[in-house]
Ligand binder design. Sequence first.
Ligand code: ZN
Length: 190
Amino acid sequence: MPLPADPPAGTTSPIATIMLTDWVAPMRRALEFARTAGSAGDVPVGAVVLGPDGAVISAAGNAREADGDPTAHAEILAIRQASATIGNWRLHGCTLVVTLEPCAMCAGALVLARVDRLVFGALDPKAGAVGSLYDIPADPRLNHRPQVQGGVLAEECSALLRAFFAARRRRRSGVVPVDASDSSEEPPVR
Ligand code: ZN
């Protein structure tokens, strides 16, 4: 999977100076929440919100099954928690780090929340709205355009999803899981 281009040159945002490798640690944190979500039966997607200083403000895993809520994607939950924590719906200076390319709802939410930057792991060719089906953060008609960095730990994020769906298919077909790390399947849809 090709890595997306580097952030645009010449930007004046202070967070633009953060190196790509700096996203690995928060992505690993997001992966922890993704794994926890997967263990609970939800599609394993995790997200964290970092403040302007890089500190983790909030973190969440996908909880659609756990909460019985179609909007309980990891990004939405993490954004809500972050806003509650800082007492402001505007997440100026903040970075959302998520294991999977956001869908249209979540990409819209991070624009509404005025998140400065989105960092994601795996592409979602079937539902992604940050380049795959749509490119909401780059749409010049909207009043806020977060910077985007994709492809951080993409293979790890993608493998987690593939293993989850492979195991679920085996359970549904009555076949006992033998190797949940099988990565021969196509990437899933959320
Ligand atoms: Zn979403």
